[in-house]
Design a protein around this ligand. Structure first.
Ligand code: ADP
Length: 559
């Protein structure tokens, strides 16, 4: 069982015990059973109001147990607590103004002249004070100040020490501690029950306030749970033993003091020892675990560093390979195309229809291969070339693209419009490639009607979000994800020319800038491409991009 539950069980048990004892006290008064009121003739009796108030407090504490806490129970408990407080408070008033309001004997009458009793059946001043404390503590039970501090605990602790003092008074025969001169003495039963009651009040909410430490699993919790009771109860027990030995006549008074001092030291050291050994073991274990952790972290870091280097190397190799391969492949390819074309021109008349057709297909294939290799080269350049981050005005980029594509735009009578476009932090050259790929696709995948392309932008938490919207043939949503994959095409080459590299390049560029690219579309309804880019070159984007790209040597500067 966890300590929180243990404390709760204790609290509930005491609440029932208190109700039970309260009943016994009332029974004692009703049927004159003296053992229910005090241990013997030398002790003052528990008064009938104490019996009553114990029943009320016990019930309210029982109602306030966490597991049966609800609005009704809370109201009921507070009502009972108020009644208890009132009885305590009125008794204090009787003492302070030396009056008799008549509450002392409201249940039972007591013959005048009872032991240590100032007025018949009036409870002790200390008991009345404790009832006030208990009443307030219950009333404030679930009030919290500045987060987790419970004022209720303050009143409970005050009551606890006042009750403990009375108990010590009984144990050591110091009447001043349980009886203020001229006032009624607190009954020993009441003193014991009050000590338990206040503990139960504190333990009723073991998960917050200082009790959170007492019930925690941590080392501090272990220390608190063993040291606090030891510090409170060991001196009392040892003092009692030392004093009893003296009273029985084993030794004189000075010896009893020495004995008490010695036994206190020994037993506190013993308790400390018992606590410290497992604590020490736990600390050593924790330290070992920490050392292991640091070692493991170091190893992990080393591994990551090594892997990163390896990846970087193979990445560089791959880039180099792609570049060289695509560059060098074009040369022999060009030779094939040229000689095929030569063949066609020179021997056209000497060859038959079939042979001319074969040559046509061969040239066509070679041309497409050349275009593919060119695009691949472009793709590998996007990653190979160092990116130059600048403050880029996207309007300039759109103008550039319009001029690059002027022929295509004119042929298709395409209309390109755009909203005010923000400046972004990026590589101007790459931005041009990006927009050029998107816009040329929008024109290429057109429908009958005039191609209309609209570019807009807005700022969001992720940077600037751009959109390029067209009124073309659209894309089936289930194919949307695949379109950015290199060589992936949705149309046969007979329908639309292309290599399937354009969007892969676009995606690379956006990713290099730390952004995302995606598309939304319905077949026949047009397509909208979205991409995000860092807005402007402010300190944030600079540091963001710097941390991201400094490792691979990208220069960050102003235009
Ligand atoms: P391609 O060279 O085939 O145009 P891309 O990588 O540019 O290669 O595009 C991949 C595929 O995505 C294209 O084959 C086409 O099917 C589809 N696509 C791209 N842009 C559009 C668009 N604006 N409208 C409709 N389909 C598009």
């Amino acid at each position: 069982m966890r300590w929180v539950s243990r404390f709760r069980v204790f609290s509930e048990f005491i609440s029932i015990l208190i109700v039970f004892i309260g009943f016994l006290v009332l029974l004692g008064w009703a049927f004159d059973i003296s053992i229910f009121l005090g241990p013997g003739p030398g002790f003052s009796t528990a008064k009938s109001n104490i019996g009553l108030t114990f029943i009320l407090i016990g019930v309210s504490l029982w109602l306030l147990q966490t597991r049966r806490l609800n609005k009704n129970n809370k109201h009921m408990a507070r009502f009972l607590a108020f009644a208890v407080f009132l009885i305590g408070f009125l008794t204090l008033v009787e003492y302070m103004f030396n009056v008799n309001i008549g509450i002392d004997q409201m249940l039972f009458k007591e013959a005048a002249g009872a032991l240590n009793t100032v007025s018949p059946n009036r409870m002790a001043f200390t008991a009345a004070f404790n009832l006030c404390m208990a009443g307030i503590a219950i009333f404030l039970m679930d009030v919290k100040v500045s987060g987790h501090y419970r004022p209720s605990n303050f009143f409970a602790i005050l009551g606890f020490f006042v009750s403990l003092l009375a108990l010590i008074g009984y144990l050591f025969g110091v009447s001043l501690l349980y009886m203020i001169p001229q006032f009624t003495a607190i009954a020993i039963y009441a003193a014991v029950l009050f000590v338990l009651l206040f503990l139960a009040l504190i333990f009723a909410r073991p998960d917050s306030g200082f009790m959170a430490i007492g019930s925690s699993k941590s080392l501090v919790g272990v220390l608190a749970r063993s040291m606090v009771p030891a510090i409170i109860f060991i001196p009392i027990i040892i003092g009692f033993i030392g004093r009893s030995g003296y009273r029985v006549g084993f030794y004189d008074q000075s010896f009893s003091y020495a004995l008490i001092a010695l036994l206190s030291i020994i037993s506190l050291i013993l308790v400390l020892w018992i606590v410290i050994i497992p604590l020490n073991k736990a600390v050593i274990k924790q330290r070992k675990a920490e050392v292991e952790l640091v070692k493991y972290q170091d190893q992990l870091e080393e591994q990551i560093e090594e892997r990163t280097k390896e990846l970087q190397r193979s990445n560089d190799d791959l880039k180099q390979f792609a570049y060289v391969a695509s560059h060098d492949l074009r040369e022999p390819l060009r030779m094939i195309t040229n000689f095929l074309q030569l063949l066609e021109r020179r021997y056209k008349d000497q060859l038959d229809q079939d042979a001319n057709e074969f040559i046509y297909y061969a040239v066509d294939g070679a041309k497409r291969l050349d275009k593919m290799i060119k695009d691949l080269l472009e793709y590998s350049r996007v990653t190979n070339k160092k990116m130059e981050l600048q403050d880029v005005d996207l309007r300039d980029v759109v103008h550039q693209v319009q001029s690059n594509l002027s022929l295509l735009i004119a042929e298709n009578s395409a209309q390109i419009t755009y909203d005010p476009l923000p400046r972004i932090a990026g590589d101007k050259n790459q931005m041009t490639i990006l927009l050029q790929n998107l816009i040329s696709n929008s024109i290429k995948y057109r429908r009958e009607q005039t191609p209309q392309i609209h570019i807009s932008a807005e700022k969001s938490d992720y940077g600037c979000v751009f959109s390029v919207k067209d009124n073309g043939i659209g894309i089936d949503p289930q194919h949307l994800e695949g379109i950015f994959t290199i060589f992936n095409r949705l149309h046969p080459k007979e329908e639309y020319e292309g290599t399937g590299i354009g969007l892969a390049i676009a995606q690379r560029i956006v990713h290099q800038h730390g952004g995302e690219i995606w598309a939304e579309s319905e077949p026949g309804e047009g397509t909208t491409f979205y991409f995000t880019l860092p807005c402007q070159l402010n300190r944030y984007s600079k540091s963001l991009l710097f941390s991201k790209y400094s490792a691979i040597g990208i220069k960050i500067g102003k235009e």
